[in-house]
Design a binder for this molecule. Structure first.
Ligand SMILES: Nc1ncnc2c1ncn2[C@@H]1O[C@H](COP(=O)(O)OP(=O)(O)OP(=O)(O)O)[C@@H](O)[C@H]1O
Length: 266
């Protein structure tokens, strides 16, 4: 079966390694040493009760926060020495809880904006319409149209983003992140604002694209059905510490996890 063949094997070297992260905000210990790995083509769900440290971990990896100590490496590269505005060059793409799209641009223009760090010419040369950039631009437009087709968005490609249904915009944002051809895609609560059917559809799409294209996914999400459906591995935090890690089934049946979600201390 495709699923069994594509599920990452433990023999594959991790792409992302997070080791012993510590971060304190004044008197609050937000992260108290979690460590975990994600392999290429693997979807990793990061869960935990409110205040567990999920967003803080996400923000350390996406370089919005600098941990007090610990290590984060992507394919051996020290991500902690990389600035937020450089992470896409290292193969990390992310989506935002409140959509980072431009309403006054068309869907395809928004998706193309995800590619500019990859083009040799860059945004300004393209804006000036220099002949040397036109060939590259045509290639990028072709890629954007393919991605839009993969995400079922061909019909809205030339429409303005403003006014499109929220579920559609979530897919546009995903397409834009994938335009950068990331090795690690980071999703920040993608289920937010979607109805259950849309969430499960998005879960299937993310899982399929990750397997087909071989990129890893870090998913921070409260929607348990989505996390359990999409993840190869699940990492559970509570009070800034890693309390469990395993397959969705292992984590679902873990007594410490159940206790943490019922409100008790781990
Ligand atoms: N910028 C900040 N300043 C001060 N404290 C913070 C900051 N960011 C997070 N914290 C604290 O760090 C702890 C971990 O927060 P974090 O947002 O990472 O948890 P979370 O698991 O994402 O929670 P939620 O599910 O509610 O979003 C919490 O106690 C939170 O109040």
């Amino acid at each position: 079966m495709a699923h069994a063949i594509n599920t990452p094997s433990p023999a594959v070297e991790p792409l992302l390694k997070v080791e012993d992260l510590k971060l304190r905000f004044g008197g609050v210990i937000a992260l108290d040493g979690p460590s975990f790995d994600i392999r290429p083509g693997e979807v990793c769900g990061l869960i935990g009760p409110n205040g567990a440290g999920k967003t803080t971990t996400f923000n350390c990896i996406s370089r919005l926060y600098q941990p007090d100590s610990g290590q984060i490496t992507l394919d051996g590269v020290d991500l902690l020495s990389v600035r937020t505005d450089q992470i896409s060059e290292y193969g990390v793409a992310r989506t935002f809880q409140n959509l980072g799209l431009f309403g006054s641009m068309t869907v395809i223009e928004n998706v193309l904006a995800g590619a500019y760090h990859r083009t040799k010419a860059g945004l300004w040369a393209s804006a000036l319409g220099l002949p040397s950039t036109r060939k590259e631009e045509r290639r990028e437009i072709g890629r954007a149209r393919e991605l839009l087709a993969d995400l079922g968005l061909s019909d809205v490609a030339d429409q303005l983003a403003a006014g499109l249904p929220y579920g559609t915009l979530k897919r546009v944002e995903l397409a834009r992140a994938l335009m950068a051809e990331p090795r690690l895609l980071m999703l920040d609560e993608p289920a937010n604002g979607l109805i259950h059917e849309e969430v499960m559809e998005l879960a299937t799409t993310v899982r399929q694209l990750s397997k087909d294209r071989g990129f890893a996914v870090l998913l921070v999400e409260h929607h348990m059905a989505m996390v359990m459906a999409v993840s190869d591995s699940v990492v559970v935090l509570n009070f800034g510490r890693l309390i469990a890690e395993g397959t969705p089934d292992e984590v679902k049946n873990n007594a410490t996890v159940i206790q943490a979600y019922l409100g008790g201390a781990a």
